[in-house]
Design a protein around this ligand. Structure first.
Ligand SMILES: Nc1ncnc2c1ncn2[C@@H]1O[C@H](COP(=O)(O)OP(=O)(O)OP(=O)(O)O)[C@@H](O)[C@H]1O
Ligand SMILES: [Mg+2]
Length: 918
């Protein structure tokens, strides 16, 4: 029975507006959030109808409690009919092909989860390219986790797609998605008039005022409770007048469960057991299955179902199911837990006998206690395999853990390994525990060593001491002739990373992959320990084999994340221009293979490069993208990496955003060991923040507390703190100590040898000692693309010193350069100080040219740069995870800002900021 929609005027307006916008090509997200029975599904029904009327093609899906582990269940509900039906919609072409495994997991391989997400977005884009699209998903709180990840991914990347997403669910799940929504609708309780109207509909008599008010009080205006209450009253034949108000009060403000159960108990004989069986089976219910589970004749089941339909408990329309999920829930919970356990175990058996899909059988096994059954282990593993081949890692993990529980005493090495390796992507902590159990259970030392190395790799960043222990043990078990290089590399890296005494330092071993990891670690080790940029670059380039002709692609394919990250980081802070080329190729490969962790590392790396090149707006965008977290990047990306947070804080300090820097530093996860390199970088950023805020004494306090560990940081290109410390000391009048600290940094910077840090230390020392020669040297030293920020700072310092020597016209020229460069970099703090200095010198900044490369937004610049490198629009769209239309828009705007007409002019237009007039 459908009742007229009551009290939802504003919601309908919002939905209509969103549908019209989508029909006009502009997508949006509407989230409908509310508690049980608040009227969410009803609003989604309305959304469906008005989307149809607005000319959208509508695809819909809903979460079902028992299908929580159906891999990509929601996504398949949305698209499967169109893709695999008779029409075979051609939506899996181009980059969308990466998602085909979701629908047909035919390969033997596991799908890469992040590539799958990207592919699914393209599938959505392809579908919307045929005409504006509405995707409706209800009951998000039961959606399977991989599909939920896709929705989170999609709502952040709807830009340029004619797709309306309407998502309904209970507050927790819905609100999380609501963060990125265009609007959130929260259906309110029904008002007095609506209650009167609904009562009249259901009881076919106009209720008395008191009767209606009493109904409203008993249900709080919750539509579902009202409907159920009225159904119960109708079943009892109650007349809605003042004389019968006490009947409602007698039922009281009870929940649906009680009302439904009261109704159920009035039904004849087999209705109750049949309702129970249907509730346990949940989905895909057929009469014969219900009969077997309830141990009844089929004829009896048919009869019972008829009475349940009559009583508005079971839906009249097939397939067999309840009128409302809450009614199912009430019936389900009425069975005692051990009864439910037995029923699910039996349901699993029955479904298996009928050759049902492994995940369908598995769904029931998940709800039943382990019984030590071989077939159950096999079924759960089959369900996990299927999930993994569809790219649904979290689902695979759930099934595998349950498989493990089925045989708790049997140390099955192979199963433990499988669980651990699958978990590595989503729950590294649990992965380590399972892999370690597998290692202990393994018989031959060779396997133990191999698994030990996996454990060490997983622990390198999160628990360096444990990583060292694991690597040492694996080294001890290494069979004769096996190379210890990669284990030694892990040991040394973890040691250096956490400030623990490192492993022996063997000779470089360029041949093997392990040997190359070792070279990368040695490069890093030297770089942080007082080596020169030159010698470290040689080692890092060897690790990446950059000198071998035309080997890039092969190197990229075969360089593990750790080696690539370490070696290219060294190249980066040694200002080696080859770093960019290597990283671009490596990043493209990571995108192709869909390795989220690697893509995130790429963003961090990119952000750092941009910071060093003095492109602060771009740097901020890259780092924020990296830090967006698991909702944007999929499972397994948990706490934000500390070094990325410190870089972001650094960028924001340059930009004058102190509160932003504070927020970034406050996000450092508490569980990370305070001695790790990443946290140490954050301490340096903290020191800088306090100094910038003028809290000098507190800044010195940080050095006092962390001093010993800070003093081990000797490379100012990696992390500078001595000069900041010097600034704070100077502000507190401790000039001599300040000069000593700045001089020490200068010496260390010279030892490393790149221009930026040398120039920065020179500037500071020049200011502290008020020496023009040092300031001039700083300006000369920093004429380098990797030292633009330092150059702006040096010009500012020099200009100020010249002004104070009463040479205002010379000072003005220098300060204008400082100002323009700072503006081009987006370094607002230097720009502002330069303006003040200029004013003091009796001048004004040159009018800033509004256009030119610096005026591009970060996204425009990224698109323009890719176009300049010869990429096509489709290709760019794929790499940046945006639509081709977005790419076009960005390019058009960029051409206009750059004052060019063709793609060929892009490269030179992007090269340098357009000169402003003097
Ligand atoms: N505004 C309304 N006017 C009239 N009837 C309504 C209204 N909203 C909901 N109903 C009716 O109330 C009942 C419960 O509503 P609905 O199923 O939409 O709730 P829900 O929020 O989706 O519940 P759940 O949390 O269980 O998914 C349905 O029978 C529905 O038709
Ligand atoms: Mg609902």
């Amino acid at each position: 029975m459908v009742f007229p929609l009551l009290d939802r005027d504003s919601e309908l307006v919002a939905l209509q507006r969103a549908a019209d916008r989508a029909a006009a090509g502009q997508g949006g997200v509407v989230v409908v959030a509310g508690g049980p029975g608040a009227g969410k599904s009803r609003l989604l029904d309305e959304a469906r109808a008005l989307s149809h009327r607005a000319g959208l093609q509508v695809l819909s899906a809903r979460g079902v409690e028992l299908e929580h582990e159906h891999p990509y269940g929601i996504v398949r509900q949305l698209f499967e009919a169109a893709l695999l039906g008779p029409e075979q919609a051609p939506w899996l072409v181009g980059p969308a092909a990466a998602a085909s495994t979701v629908f047909t997991p035919e390969t033997e391989q596991e799908a890469a989860p992040f590539a799958t997400l990207g592919g699914l977005r393209w599938l959505t884009a392809n579908a919307a390219a045929e005409g504006p699209l509405a995707l409706l998903v209800d009951d998000l709180h039961w959606a399977d986790p991989p599909s939920l990840h896709f929705l989170h991914y999609l709502v952040r990347r709807l830009d340029g797609l004619a797709v309306l997403l309407v998502l309904g669910g209970r507050p927790g799940a819905a609100d999380e998605l609501g963060e990125a929504a265009t609007s959130i609708l929260r259906p309110a309780p029904l008002g007095p008039d609506a209650v009167v109207q609904l009562t009249r509909e259901l009881l076919e008599t106009r209720p008395s005022e008191r009767f209606a008010a009493s109904c409203r009080r008993a249900t709080g205006g919750n539509p579902l409770l009202l409907v159920e209450l009225l159904r119960a009253l109708r079943a009892e034949g109650v007349v809605p007048d003042d004389a019968h108000v006490d009947v409602i009060d007698h039922i009281g403000p009870s929940a649906v469960a009680r009302i439904v159960l009261v109704r159920l108990r009035h039904l004849p004989g087999d209705a109750l057991p049949v309702a129970h069986a249907i509730a346990v089976l949940g989905t895909g219910v057929v009469t014969s299955l219900v009969a077997e589970l309830a141990e009844l004749e089929e004829a009896a089941v048919v009869e019972a179902v008829a009475s349940l339909v009559e009583a508005d408990v079971i839906d009249a329309r097939p397939p067999l199911g309840f009128v409302h999920p809450i009614v199912r829930d009430a019936v389900y919970r009425e069975v005692a837990p051990d009864g439910r356990d037995r029923s699910h175990a039996r349901a699993a058996e029955l479904l298996r006998a009928r050759a049902a899909a492994p995940d369908q059988v598995g769904a029931h096994l998940l709800l039943a206690a382990p019984r030590g059954l071989r077939w159950a282990v096999d079924t759960l593993r089959a369900a996990a395999d299927d999930a993994a081949r569809r790219g649904a890692v979290e689902t695979a993990v759930t099934f595998l853990r349950r498989a493990l529980a089925e045989r708790p005493t049997d140390a099955d090495v192979e199963l433990l390994l499988r669980v651990g390796l699958t978990e590595a992507a989503v729950d590294p902590g649990a992965a380590v525990a399972h892999l370690d159990a597998a290692r202990r259970a393994a018989r031959d030392p060779g396997s133990r060593a191999r698994v030990g190395e996996l454990v060490a790799r997983l622990l390198v960043f999160t628990d360096p001491p444990a990583a060292i222990a694991a690597a040492r043990q694996a080294r001890a078990e290494l069979p004769a002739g096996g190379s210890p290089a990669s284990l030694l590399a892990l040991e040394r890296y973890a040691g250096r990373f956490s400030g623990i005494a490192a492993a022996p330092d063997p000779a470089p071993e360029p041949g093997s992959a392990g040997g190359r990891t070792l070279m990368a670690v040695q490069a890093w080790d030297r770089a942080l320990n007082g080596g020169s940029a030159e010698e470290c670059v040689a080692l890092a380039a060897g690790a990446l084999r950059l000198d071998e002709p035309a080997a890039t692609q092969e190197v990229v394919d075969r360089t593990p994340l750790l080696t690539a990250m370490i070696a290219s980081t060294v190249l980066l802070f040694a200002d080696d221009p080859r770093a960019q080329g290597f990283w671009d190729a490596w990043h493209a490969e990571a995108v192709r293979a869909g390795r989220a962790q690697a893509i995130i590392a790429g963003h961090v790396w990119q952000g750092w490069t941009q910071l060093r090149l003095g492109r602060l707006a771009d740097a901020e965008a890259s780092l924020r993208a990296a830090l967006e977290g698991p909702r944007a990047w999929g499972p397994g990306t948990k706490s934000p990496p500390a070094h990325a947070l410190s870089l972001l804080a650094e960028v924001l300090l340059h930009r004058g955003d102190l509160p932003g820097a504070r927020t970034a530093l406050d996000r450092i996860p508490k569980e990370v060991s305070p001695d790790t390199e990443g946290v140490l970088l954050c301490r340096c950023a903290e020191l800088r923040l306090r100094t910038t805020e003028g809290r000098y004494a507190e800044a010195l306090g940080i050095v006092d507390v962390t001093g010993a560990r800070l003093r081990t940081v000797v490379n100012p290109a990696w992390a500078r703190w001595r000069s900041v410390h010097a600034e704070a000391l100077a502000q507190l009048g401790r000039e001599e100590e300040a000069i000593a600290a700045a001089s020490e940094e200068l010496e260390l910077a010279r030892r490393w040898g790149t221009p930026g840090p040398v120039g920065r230390a020179l500037s500071l020392l020049g200011v502290l000692e008020d020496r023009l020669d040092l300031l001039e040297e700083a300006v000369e030293t920093t004429r380098d693309p990797f030292a633009r920020l330092e150059h702006a700072g040096a010009l500012l310092a020099l200009g100020g010193a010249v002004r104070r020597r009463r040479r205002p016209s010379a000072a003005r020229a220098i300060l204008r350069d400082a100002h323009d460069l700072a503006v081009a970099c987006g370094a607002d703090v230097v720009a502002r100080t330069a303006r003040d200095e200029l004013a003091a010198a009796g001048g004004r900044p040159r009018p800033v040219a509004g256009l030119g490369a610096p005026s591009l937004t970060p996204s425009e610049r990224r698109v323009a740069e890719l176009a300049a490198s010869g990429r096509g629009n489709q290709d760019i769209a794929r790499q940046l995870h945006v639509s081709p239309k977005t790419v076009e828009v960005h390019l058009t705007t960029s051409y206009r800002k750059l004052g060019i007409r063709t793609r060929r002019e892009l490269a030179s237009a992007l090269g340098e900021p357009v000169a402003s007039e003097g």
